[in-house]
Design a protein around this ligand. Structure first.
Ligand code: HEM
Length: 404
């Protein structure tokens, strides 16, 4: 048992407003050192939940499925009512193996390192054209000018979404992320719009298949089994949301870190080959996904605490990525950091981010391109962050771009 200080009960690392000024590093540091597995009080939910904040414990939970199960929801903290559980478990995010493995195998092939490295030239072209266009405009919102476009183009191309529909998808994705908790009315409306769109696209690909993920998802698998309409809709929503929101915020947050640490920007400019290491540091520093939830399926000990069957357990990647027992000087943004065992893509285990190779390529190539073509990026106004406890995001970052 860890010694608890009364101040721990005042900490609320689940409040969306707590993230408006950035990751609450002081709160997380206190939790990591005094109560790394902390029974988080929650006035709305008498049972509360366990906040897991150390790197080693986040890794352990992530790799201990089904003891720490995904199938009573991973994004919502509220208990999913039994009548909604079946629908919820149609999405691979909310399944444990072996059901999870069946769904994941449908898309795994499209995201292997080999498949992604084939996209390198396309990514280089896309980054060059985005950065050149942004330079022509010169001033504006960095999120709109630079960060938003690349993940959207890439995921839309992989999925087979026609060019003219991409901005619609972007809007829905923003609505889904900009709510304090997923499951709100605004998020539900956006999800419905996405389902409707997905159904139309699925039907088109069924009659005219192409070499893309949607065509693969609507085709029967090796055993002849097909996804139901709802299974397909949920898959589409997951890939679109996961592929967009995260990478966009990594690019915006990474540039903000460069602006705040000009010596790191100069270092990248003088040695663009540092871009792969910089990409890891950006994912660590930004931690675009703040947390995910699991549910204990039996009584189990974790970090000196007894977790009871049925307890909710929330793993905070944005705390684990600043764990002082793993990262030297964790609050320093160091684009040459090696080793860098960041767990922004999850702590391993069955749900380890499907798109991590893709995201790392996108971030690496985007920052290489930016460093080669831009001399300096200056802030021209306040940076606005997303009010969310799920995504560490930037909604607006007014800048001036000075060409190299
Ligand atoms: C899962 C982070 C980009 C698709 C996850 C998880 C995290 C994460 C933390 C949960 C891991 C776990 O529960 O163990 C990120 C970050 C990204 C990123 C930080 C960008 C910097 C992408 C991209 C895609 C993607 C580009 C492309 C489609 C997914 C999917 C899952 C997932 C489908 C669920 C996997 C499963 O349930 O098996 N991601 N992700 N992600 N990610 Fe990513």
């Amino acid at each position: 048992m860890y010694r608890r200080s009364p101040s721990l009960d005042a900490i609320d690392v689940f409040s969306p407003t707590r993230y408006l000024a950035g990751i609450p590093h002081d709160d997380f540091r206190l939790l990591r050192t005094e109560a790394p597995v902390h029974r988080h009080p929650d006035p709305q939910r008498p049972a509360g939940f366990w906040a897991v904040t150390r790197h080693a414990d986040v890794v352990q939970v992530s790799r201990s499925s089904p003891t720490f199960s995904s199938n009573r929801s991973t994004c919502f903290l509220d208990e999913v009512p039994d009548e909604k559980l079946a629908e919820q478990q149609l999405m691979m995010l909310n399944l444990d193996p072996p059901e999870h493995s069946r769904l994941r195998s449908l898309v795994n092939r499209g995201f292997t390192p080999r498949m992604i490295s084939r996209m390198r030239t396309r990514l280089e072209q896309a980054c060059a054209s985005i950065v050149d266009d942004a330079l022509r405009v010169g001033t504006g919102d960095f999120v709109e000018l630079v960060s938003a476009e690349l993940p959207l183009i890439v995921i839309a191309e992989l999925m087979g979404v026609p060019m003219e529909d991409r901005s619609k998808l972007f809007e829905w994705s923003v609505h889904l992320a900009s709510t304090p908790e997923l499951g709100s009315e605004q998020a539900t409306t956006a999800a419905m719009a996405v389902y409707q769109y997905a159904n139309g696209l699925g039907a088109a690909k069924r009659s005219c298949p192409a070499d893309d993920i949607v065509s693969r998802l609507v085709a029967p698998d090796d055993t002849g089994r097909e996804l139901s309409e709802l299974e397909f809709d949920l898959f589409f929503l997951l890939l679109m949301f996961a592929g967009n929101e995260t990478t966009r915020n990594a690019i915006s947050g990474g540039m903000r870190a460069m602006i705040e640490n000009p010596e790191q920007w100069e270092r990248l400019r003088s040695d663009p080959d540092l871009a792969p290491l910089a990409a890891d540091e950006i994912v660590r520093w930004v931690s675009p996904v703040n947390a995910f939830r699991r549910t204990a399926t039996k009584d189990v000990e974790l970090g000196g605490e007894l977790i009871s069957e049925g307890d909710k357990v929330v793993v905070f990647y944005s705390s684990a990525n600043f764990d002082e027992t793993v990262f030297a000087d964790p609050l320093a943004f160091d684009i040459g950091r090696t080793p860098n065992p960041q767990i922004g893509f999850g702590g391993g285990g069955p749900h380890f981010c499907l798109g991590r190779h893709l995201a790392m390529h996108e971030i690496e190539i985007m920052f290489r391109t930016l460093a080669e073509r831009i001399h300096r990026v200056e802030l021209t106004g306040p940076v606005r962050r997303l009010r969310s406890n799920f995504i560490n995001g930037i909604t607006e970052m007014p800048v001036r771009l000075i060409p190299a």
